[in-house]
Design a protein around this ligand. Structure first.
Ligand code: BTN
Length: 285
């Protein structure tokens, strides 16, 4: 075979390796103690969050990972849907079965946001930032959304389902989000392995979640999170249903609330719930 033909074969081989996605590729890539050690893989699902909650009800252990190649009813935050075509993106939900009180679960989303940002940086070799509380952005555009849901009975958590959707290779976005969404491959200009990305995210999550469990606060990851905060020390508009206001974002506290400094020097602690934050000119800045 000529050198040129060999190079072409190599290229096809590398592309196939990178695109390999499914239970085997994930099992080979994931190197953790418990996060993602047991995998429920599906070619198609309505929503990995919905399925994860069913699996948890049926006895799935903590750390079980529900993954699919496409979703027909992917769920986003605030009742929105999540665009989930086949063959290009990453959609998974990690099942947790904690003993802490339900009011602590919102912090897990921020732990996952940091893990996703680190996983993207490591896998793609580019900077990934966080738009509070849990969008991961690259070059100012959203590449990942996280939706945490839980089942609670008699005040006790039955399961927490941490759902992650990453735009890996998607080329075209619906017009309403085209100016603020992006995919990793478009931003880094090279193919990205979904299995390697999932593995890097889970490795980081496992480490940070174990630290979170020790104090049930985000003090252990606060500095790392704040260093990646896209709006840090920038003017933001807080879209609070009780009344909008502007101020400078100073980072999160140990509970994941965003500290916003107002013109008069006072600092408001913004709790994620119904509130969202925008840059004053657009989605991030
Ligand atoms: C957002 O609106 O930003 C959150 C989007 C979360 C999407 C992911 S995809 C995997 C998991 N399953 C779902 O149905 N939603 C989450």
């Amino acid at each position: 075979m000529s050198g040129k033909a060999e190079a072409a074969v190599d290229k096809v081989f590398v592309k196939e390796m990178l695109e390999a996605f499914g239970r085997e590729a994930l099992e080979a890539a994931i190197d953790t103690k418990w996060a993602g050690k047991h995998i429920c893989y599906f070619k198609e699902l309505d929503s990995t969050n919905a399925r994860a909650k069913q699996e948890a009800d049926n006895g799935a252990a903590e750390g079980t990972l529900v993954v699919t190649d496409m979703q027909t009813a992917g769920r986003g935050r605030r009742g929105r849907s999540w665009n989930s075509p086949a063959g290009v993106n990453l959609y998974f939900t990690l099942i947790l079965k904690p003993v802490y009180q339900p009011d602590k679960a919102a912090m897990v989303t921020l732990v996952m946001a940091l893990a996703v940002a680190e996983g993207i940086s490591l896998t793609c070799g580019m900077e990934a930032e966080i738009k509070w509380p849990n969008d991961v952005v690259v070059n100012g555009k959203k590449v990942c959304g996280i939706l945490t849901e839980m089942n609670v009975e008699h005040g006790q958590i039955q399961c927490v389902a941490v759902g992650v959707g990453v735009n890996v290779g998607l080329q075209e976005f619906p017009p309403e989000i085209a100016d603020k969404a992006a995919s990793l491959e478009a931003e880094c200009g090279k193919p990205v392995s979904r299995a390697a990305l999932a593995a890097n995210i889970l490795k980081a999550f496992e480490k940070y979640y174990e630290s979170f469990l020790q104090e049930l606060s985000l003090s252990c990851i606060r500095d790392k999170y704040n260093r990646r905060l896209v709006n840090r020390d920038r003017e933001v508009r807080v879209l609070d249903p009780q009344g909008e206001f502007q101020g400078i974002a100073r980072g999160i506290n140990e509970f994941g609330e965003l500290l916003v400094e107002r013109d008069d020097g006072s600092v408001t602690m913004v709790f994620a719930g119904e509130v969202s934050v925008r840059g004053i000119y657009g989605y991030t800045v």
